[in-house]
Design a protein around this ligand. Structure first.
Ligand code: KIV
Length: 300
């Protein structure tokens, strides 16, 4: 019996996995880093096949796949299931699991415990958390436990109420300086990359120029070191209102609805299934079957 594991142990990079250190090299070479969200195995595989560098299992799943109105209700257990599915599909891209609201705010210990769950139970390569300030000791603790952390500042959806809603951040000089400080603090705490969401392009560019670690922008212009988009937004799968920074690369909701409508019509009109979709049985077996069940109900 072979003792070689079929899949790498959690926390061990799989063969062909993009080394996390490569992200800094991409930044140095000014080669934009690509990231997209995904929530299941097929989308993880498709992102991998398309050459995406990082897949984020975002807590946006609460809205895109679980039907909530915000990201806040996402739970650790739900995120574990989704992340586990994505890591089965995505091999080369780094898979970053989003710590949901409530899973890291209470204490460093709880944050570390939940980050470790993502690695051990779901095969994540890294975790992401929102905010700076009180979150810096969370970052330090998780990194010290051996789990890479991605920061997230600017518009932080988990605490959008505190920010006055879903709106751009860092639009005054004072707030832009605050953002820059937060980014430096997160870098010093050990983050390997930082998401900048909904901040003025020029602020994101200045932060990105000054940081050593890569920035990944969403609604932050072209001056970041990489970009991230939400799967359902970019593919036109989510019927909610998409923010202005989303570019739609497909309109899959329309295609799916029209396919489903054709299926419904086919079934109702007797056009599906056709002969080619059905199984037959040998003539003599059929004759025997008919004889057995012929006039009376079969005795089972
Ligand atoms: O949850 C998510 O999808 C995110 C991205 C918007 C960065 O955090």
């Amino acid at each position: 019996m072979s003792t070689r594991p079929r899949t790498p142990a959690p926390g061990t990079p799989a063969p062909g996995k993009l080394p996390i250190t490569e992200l800094a090299d991409l930044k140095a070479r000014r080669q934009p880093i690509t990231m997209v969200t995904a929530y299941d195995a097929p989308s993880g595989r498709l992102a991998d096949e398309a050459g995406v560098d990082m897949v984020l299992v975002g807590d946006s799943a609460a809205m895109t796949v679980l039907g909530h109105d915000s990201t806040v209700p996402a739970t650790m257990d739900e995120m574990i299931v989704l992340t586990r599915a994505v890591t089965r599909g995505a091999r080369r891209p780094l898979v970053v699991a989003d710590l949901p609201f409530g899973s890291y705010q209470v204490s460093d210990e709880e944050a570390i415990r939940n980050a470790i769950r993502f690695v051990k139970e779901a095969g994540a390569d890294a975790v992401k958390l929102e905010g700076a300030g009180p979150m810096l000791s969370r970052v330090e603790g998780i990194v010290a436990a051996g789990v890479p952390v991605m920061g997230h500042i600017g518009l932080t959806p988990q605490t959008a109420t505190m920010l006055g809603g879903f709106k751009a951040q860092g639009r005054s000089a004072e707030k832009a300086v605050r953002l820059m400080r937060d980014a430096f603090d997160l870098q010093a705490a050990g983050c390997f990359a930082i998401v900048l969401e909904a901040v003025p392009a020029v602020v994101a560019e200045r932060i990105s120029e000054r940081l050593e670690i890569p920035t990944i922008g969403i609604g932050a212009g072209r001056g970041t070191d990489g970009q991230v988009l939400v799967w359902h937004d970019m593919l036109g799968l989510y019927d909610g209102h998409a923010p202005r920074f989303v570019k739609r690369y497909a309109s899959l909701a329309g295609e799916i609805t029209s396919a489903l409508e054709r299926y419904v019509a086919d079934v109702r009109e007797g056009h599906f299934p056709e002969q080619v979709h059905t199984y037959s049985m040998p003539e003599e077996e059929l004759a025997e079957f008919e004889a057995a069940v012929g006039a009376r109900l079969p005795v089972i």
